[in-house]
Design a protein around this ligand. Structure first.
Ligand code: THU
Length: 138
């Protein structure tokens, strides 16, 4: 991924993070995805008083992309609320894998400016899919 694209993804994730609804955990997360069309969609976590109904930032960002017609992901950024990397939960790894091939970069970013880049395949080896996202019928 180009450096300026990563910078923009981090900016958009940080912007969405500031709107996170996380009154129960106090853990505000932002995420941004780069669609295969080159568009960027951001999201934040949305918690609920009925705790299990809460939604992760990654799920919100993916939902924003899908609602706008996006079919596949070329990159994901996850913005932590602190100086430690926030790795996606197991459920979000599966949600990302629905729209991203194994080689797609997933970048964790911290408030202190550190980044850690890995891939969908590293985060979720042998993912369950019916087909590779880029080959999926529209
Ligand atoms: N959370 C995310 O939004 N993304 C992650 O990658 C990990 C966890 C949220 C879920 C919950 O609202 C809060 O962080 C604490 O778990």
């Amino acid at each position: 991924m180009k450096k300026n694209v990563m910078t923009t993804l981090i900016e958009k994730a940080t912007e969405a993070q500031s709107n996170a609804h996380a009154p129960y955990s106090g853990f505000q997360v932002g995420a941004a995805v780069l669609s295969s069309d080159g568009d960027i969609f951001a999201g934040c976590n949305v918690e609920n008083a009925a705790y299990p109904l809460g939604q992760c930032a990654e799920a919100t960002a993916i939902g924003m992309m899908v609602a706008k017609g996006g079919k596949a992901l070329d990159g994901v950024v996850i913005m932590s609320p602190n100086d430690e990397f926030c790795f996606p939960c197991g459920g979000c790894r599966q949600k990302i894998a629905e729209f991203a091939g194994d080689a797609v970069p997933v970048i964790m970013a911290t408030k202190t400016g550190d980044t850690f880049t890995t891939t969908v395949g590293e985060l979720l080896p042998h993912a369950f899919r019916y087909s590779q996202p880029e080959k999926k019928a529209s």
